[in-house]
Design a protein around this ligand. Structure first.
Ligand SMILES: NC(=O)c1ccc[n+]([C@@H]2O[C@H](COP(=O)([O-])OP(=O)(O)OC[C@H]3O[C@@H](n4cnc5c(N)ncnc54)[C@H](O)[C@@H]3O)[C@@H](O)[C@H]2O)c1
Length: 387
């Protein structure tokens, strides 16, 4: 076993999901690298120490610049807010570290392009944690598309809804509410939620070539946690956009943090000539599939037995599931990060790098930027995506 010595930036939500993945990797996957939790970095030393003790990191750093220069670290994991991704990634690449970075890759296409250039120049393995690709049901949807079961695609429909920012009293900014502060988050639901929907959509259905979007900011001013002053809210609270795909199909995307009752409602449906798939993250262990024509026989399914099939994605033949329990037993949200890490490490070991890497995530960034530009202009915008 070789060591994979990890330097983790951030001890928040993603710091926890990623740390869990490092700790469990070799228990579930036959890889040749064993992660060693070397150091966690965050600005608050006391909190970083408590996190390090809880998760088993050997030491802490309070400045990521020291972390990326450390000789005893192979991989830098960027689990801090969006405005920190670029600087950390550029420095980590310059120091020859492997990099796994949270989404959205960057604050803008310009930043993302610099990051792609840096990792490609340094030839360091890299990945962006678009973890929903690693939900077994979503990976099964990809398999069905690749097997030709959907046929010519016509429609792609995605929603990503939450409700946690409805209160007018909610402040913006600071450690807990940086997602509402455009200087830290870059954008609102577009970069935070739709980036996931776009990544999944382009993985399943190919390049998005043009978009037209409408955004809304429902609450215009909020108290800023750091300044204590009332400041304008500059993020998009909600965003809807229409999309054209290179394969000729049409897409609709909707995201908001104002859908009362919706906590993390992430769904998509793809309709083709020969079949359809539907996924809902609130029932992640199911993929719904409508089979109209069997690609093996080329024959239409008899009409009297057609219907939506709710596939319980827990058989050992389903993506990732042979690594876990017996058929009929499900896995959880945290396993999507474990599956992503396993793919990354197996990619390093096989010499066949896993996706999405920085270059692939740059394409999602292009769509996010085009969506925001379209919302500003009120017209269609080309994305320039190259897959
Ligand atoms: N893949 C997913 O599904 C998913 C889910 C949530 C968040 N994210 C992404 O992960 C990133 C972090 O989000 P989160 O929810 O974990 O946030 P969080 O607020 O829970 O944690 C952020 C962490 O970053 C640290 N941090 C902030 N600035 C720093 C700096 N300059 N140097 C070092 N540490 C710093 C904070 O102390 C905190 O520990 C964001 O880019 C977000 O978009 C991805």
């Amino acid at each position: 076993m070789k060591e994979l010595r990890v330097g983790m930036v951030g001890y928040g939500f993603m710091g926890r999901t990623h740390s869990n993945a490092y700790k469990r990797l070799t228990d579930f996957f036959p890889v040749q690298h064993k992660p060693v939790l070397k150091a966690v970095c965050a600005r608050d030393a006391e909190k970083a120490k408590a996190f390090a003790e809880n998760w088993g990191y050997e030491r802490i750093e309070t400045n990521w610049k020291k972390l990326v220069e450390a000789d005893d670290i192979d991989l830098i994991d960027i689990g801090s807010p969006n405005n920190t991704h670029k600087a950390i990634a550029l420095a980590a690449a310059a120091n020859g570290k492997m990099i796994v970075c949270e989404k959205p890759l960057a604050m803008s296409v310009k930043e993302a392009e610099e990051m792609v250039k840096a990792v490609e120049k340094a030839k360091v393995p890299n990945m962006v944690w678009f973890n929903y690709r690693r939900v077994p049901s979503i990976a099964l949807a990809k398999q069905l598309v690749d097997e030709g079961r959907i046929g010519k695609a016509f429609h792609y429909r995605a929603t990503y809804l939450q409700d946690w920012t409805i209160s007018e009293d909610l402040p913006q900014g600071g450690p807990g509410l940086w997602r509402l502060d455009s200087k830290v988050a870059g954008s609102g639901v577009t970069g935070d939620l739709l980036a996931h929907s776009i990544d999944t959509a382009m993985w399943l259905n190919g390049a998005i070539t043009r978009v037209v979007a409408k955004t809304a900011t429902f609450i215009k001013q909020r108290t800023h946690v750091v300044s204590g002053k009332t400041e304008s809210v500059k993020i998009d609270d909600a965003c809807m956009f229409l999309a054209e795909f290179a394969n000729g199909s049409m897409g609709t995307f909707e995201s908001t943090r104002y859908a009362r009752g919706r906590k993390n409602f992430n769904t998509f449906e793809l309709n083709g000539a020969d079949g359809s798939v539907y996924f809902d993250l609130e029932e992640p262990e199911y993929l719904q599939y409508f089979e109209y024509k069997n690609p093996g026989t080329g024959k239409k399914i008899d009409s009297h037995v057609t219907g939506w099939r709710k596939i319980h994605t827990t058989n050992s033949e389903h993506p990732y599931m042979n690594r876990y329990w017996v058929p009929g037993t499900c896995i959880g949200y945290e396993h999507t990060f474990l599956n992503a890490l396993a793919d990354f490490v197996m990619g390093i070991e096989s010499g066949n790098p896993t996706q999405p890497d920085f270059r692939n995530a740059l394409q999602t960034q292009r769509v996010c930027d085009a969506v925001l530009e379209s919302a500003r202009k009120g017209s269609w915008v080309k994305t320039g995506v190259k897959l």
